[in-house]
Write a protein that binds this ligand. Structure first.
Ligand code: FDA
Length: 308
């Protein structure tokens, strides 16, 4: 793993820096490139604007690893409000949820119950809950929870999962999830993982991403190809063309503020695009992972800040 990437991932876990950054107004300004704002109203405003540009949205209320049951319920409350607001405003948006924010590391049963109630709520408004994938110590339990909820009567179209191509286990997981008929978002993976569980070389992560993409595209389920990698996007488009897979059968997904040019181009070319829009006060770890992916973002953000 490149030194800068490791350094930013280490910084993403630094509590003192986090608490300072999230409270400071300069920090909030810095993060605005990748984060919609601090409040639900900010998320709604950005989602409406992204929808107006012809793109779908998935909303992420930032926060991970809560330390009490009360905090988990509070975090779930925000998602219930989001589902109601999305329905009331007729937005084209679903929600993305981290199970550690719903108490996974305190009590997996608590996180499972909360996720199920969110899926029930989503079903009642014709919506969908995507469970984000976190570090590899949580992959199996996340799979178990999503598969259990998906198997419940009526909930099969209300919940989906994320798979990371950097993990060795992902091919087997994709096979299992396709057999279950579960919607997958495929990404490369954003956490720091040891070579025992994840490909250390980026070229292997990318090759596995393509292999898993072929599996997804050939399955009858509607999946999300979540990447900003132009080579992967081009390869996906040509694979779909060659195999007669219509653009309506899958979607590309990208992060808010990242490669907006590419997002617009895909829409103009007739592809479905969903933008992942995070918001909330706990933006620091998310923001630092974005810097880890592309350390040049530091200069880019600093330049924009000076310009304002
Ligand atoms: P890669 O890192 O190879 O980058 C390819 C190119 O994209 C770069 O050269 C650059 O041009 C551009 N790019 C990538 N990141 C950028 C950035 N931050 N700023 C500017 N340009 C950038 N991860 C995870 O572990 N669990 C999850 O649940 C999710 N969920 C998720 C949802 C969605 C919609 C997306 C797009 C991504 C995620 N991820 C995630 C993050 C994912 O695992 C990965 O870290 C990033 O998407 C970066 O990988 P790329 O596929 O973009 O390719």
């Amino acid at each position: 793993m490149p030194v800068l990437r490791s350094a930013f991932i280490a910084l993403s876990r630094n509590r003192n820096l986090r608490s300072f950054a999230e409270k400071s107004s300069i920090g909030n300004k810095l993060s605005s490139r990748f984060v919609a704002g601090l409040e639900i109203s900010d998320a709604m405003r950005v989602a409406e604007s992204v929808n107006r540009q012809g793109m779908h949205v998935t909303l992420d209320s930032l926060g991970e690893s809560v330390t009490s049951e009360a905090e988990a319920h509070k975090a779930a409350g925000v998602y219930h409000r989001l589902l109601d607001e999305i329905a009331a405003r007729k937005l084209n948006s679903n929600v993305s949820v981290k199970l550690t924010q719903m108490g996974l590391t305190l009590d997996p049963q608590l996180a499972g119950t909360i996720a199920e109630s969110l899926a029930e709520h989503a079903r009642s408004t014709g919506n969908f809950v995507r469970i984000d994938m976190e570090d590899s110590s949580l992959t199996q339990i996340t799979m178990d929870i999503v598969r259990r909820i998906h198997a419940k009567p009526g909930l099969n179209s209300a919940i989906g999962i994320v798979i990371q191509s950097y993990l060795y286990r992902s091919q087997a997981d994709v096979e299992q999830l396709i057999a279950d008929g579960i919607r997958i978002r495929l990404c490369k993976g954003a956490y720091k993982e040891p070579p025992e569980v994840a490909f250390p070389k980026k070229s292997d992560v990318d090759a596995n991403y393509l292999k898993l993409t072929w599996m997804l595209l050939q399955s009858p389920v509607y999946h999300g190809i979540a990447t900003h990698d132009e080579k992967v996007i081009e390869a996906t488009k040509s694979f779909a063309r060659q195999h007669g897979i219509a653009p309506s059968r899958f979607e590309f997904q990208m992060l808010y503020g990242v490669r907006r040019d590419l997002q617009r181009q895909l829409i103009a070319d007739g592809y479905n695009v969903r933008v992942y829009v995070p918001f909330g006060r706990e933006w620091y770890p998310y923001f630092m992972r974005r810097l880890a992916e592309r350390p040049a973002n530091v200069f880019f953000i600093a330049k924009n800040l000076l310009r304002k």
